[in-house]
Structures are given as C-alpha cells and as structure tokens.
Write a protein that binds this ligand. Structure first.
Ligand SMILES: [Zn+2]
Length: 246
C-alpha cells in the first residue's frame, strides 16, 4: 500500500478515521513543548489529546471514561488505547516505529511507540490483546498501520539487541540480516508486521510504510543520524464524535 501525504503527514488506507503519521513539520494547529515534543495544545478539530511520558516499556494505558480536560496529564507508558470519541491519542518518534490500530466494530483505537525494546518485548501484540480483553475487540476486525521508522538499510544493532531478539522472537532470521558475528541490520517494521499477523489480524488489514527516517532527512528527524533529539514526529489517531455530535 502506498501511503498518502496530507498536510499533517502521511495517512494509511487501513485507518478510515482521522489520523496522521507526522513529519518534521508539526501538524497544523498543534503546539509541543520544545524539549521532548509533548503536545501542549491542539487545534479545535482535536479537542482532547492524550500523550504519555514514553519510557521504552511495554506498558499499555487505557482511557475508557469520558475526557473532560483538553490535554490529559501524561502518565508513563508506550501505548494508548481508548473507546472515547474525540480523544486524539498521540505518540512521538524519531527512528522508533509509530503504530496505529483500530477496531471499527467495537470503536476502539490505539497508538503505539515501539523502539527495539518495545518491539522485542511485544508491545504491539500486548496492545492488540488489551483491545480484545478490555473492549471485546475481535482481531478479525482490527486494522494496523505501521508508520515510518528507521529501516533495515540503516539500523545496525549489536548483541544488546540481538540477544533478546533471538530469545524473545524465534523467527528472528526473517527480520535480522547478520553482518558480522555480533552485528546485524534489524527490520523493526517487519518484526511488528509479523507480530500483528501472529496476533490474528488479517494480512490485508496490516499496512507497513517503508519510509526510512534515517534516509529521508528531508521528511523526518532521526535520532541516530543526528546523534541527539532535535525533534520528534507526532503520530495520532482519533475516533470521530458520535453521529450528530461532531
Ligand atoms: Zn535508511
């Protein structure tokens, strides 16, 4: 699937509600704190916003009651799930993988920040499971979009990553191209794609954007290319308001 470029970034054909995978450009109407890029205010089209203090964990934070404040004070974690309309879920990345998911039937959405720790730890399957257990989602109806991140062209990892990958993911050969005895090129997006399918999501409902944040200096920040955090890309998804209310 070819992602479509909109004014707020890229969109995926498998997510049929308001969403974006951001670029260097902060999406229109949003303001973020300078250091880490937390969203401080959003435009009227996104009245309620939730973001987290991201900690490279596999912690899923669930919002299941009506939101009353504009920007929810952040908790710690790396995945957000909600069934609440008009609440924009935001994650921020600068090489890590942003992932969005939706179950249209039960009206549940999720946003995930997955670096190697989160991906190898299974944060995406865990978030899918949270939708099933907490909201009664059926994986047959879920859609997953895997956004721009550092690609296997540029993501060389060492034993610190390879060892837990081999232990936690028996099919590691399909996502790691070994270069030397102790190093290899890791395809994080493909790992998450495999995990999504293994969770039971039909293949045609899983989208994977192949843009590499390291290669595409013109579009994305890259922590690895720049050697520091110069900025983060914002990725968000929101269930629209109930009929007649929005
Ligand atoms: Zn690359």
């Amino acid at each position: 699937m070819h992602p479509v470029m909109s004014k707020n970034g890229f969109t995926s054909a498998v997510i049929p509600i308001p969403h974006f995978f951001g670029t260097r450009q902060v999406p229109e109407g949003f303001q973020t704190s300078i250091q880490l890029g937390e969203v401080t205010t959003g435009p009227p089209s996104f009245p309620f916003i939730a973001n987290l203090k991201q900690i490279h964990s596999t912690r899923v934070v669930i919002f299941d009651s009506p939101v009353k404040t504009g920007v929810i004070p952040e908790g710690e974690g790396d995945a957000l799930v909600t069934n609440q309309p008009q609440l924009l879920l935001v994650v921020r990345t600068a090489d890590c993988v942003p992932v969005l998911l939706i179950d249209h039937n039960t009206r549940v959405v999720g946003a995930i920040h997955a670096g190697w720790r989160g991906a190898v730890g299974g944060i995406v399957p865990k978030t899918i499971q949270a939708c099933v257990e907490h909201f009664g989602s059926d994986v047959a109806h879920m859609h997953v979009a895997i956004g721009p991140s550092i690609g296997p062209c540029c993501y060389e990892v060492d034993a610190q990553v390879i060892e837990p990958l081999k232990i936690g993911y028996p099919d590691w050969l399909g996502v790691l191209q070994e270069t030397t005895a102790e190093k290899g090129m890791l395809d994080l997006k493909k790992l998450i794609w495999h995990q999504s399918l293994a969770s039971g999501i039909p293949e045609q409902q899983v989208d994977r954007m192949e843009h590499c944040t390291y290669c595409r200096d013109d579009l994305f920040f890259s922590y690895r290319r720049e050697g520091q955090v110069n900025g983060t890309m914002m990725t968000g998804v929101m269930l629209p308001g109930d009929k007649g209310r929005n």
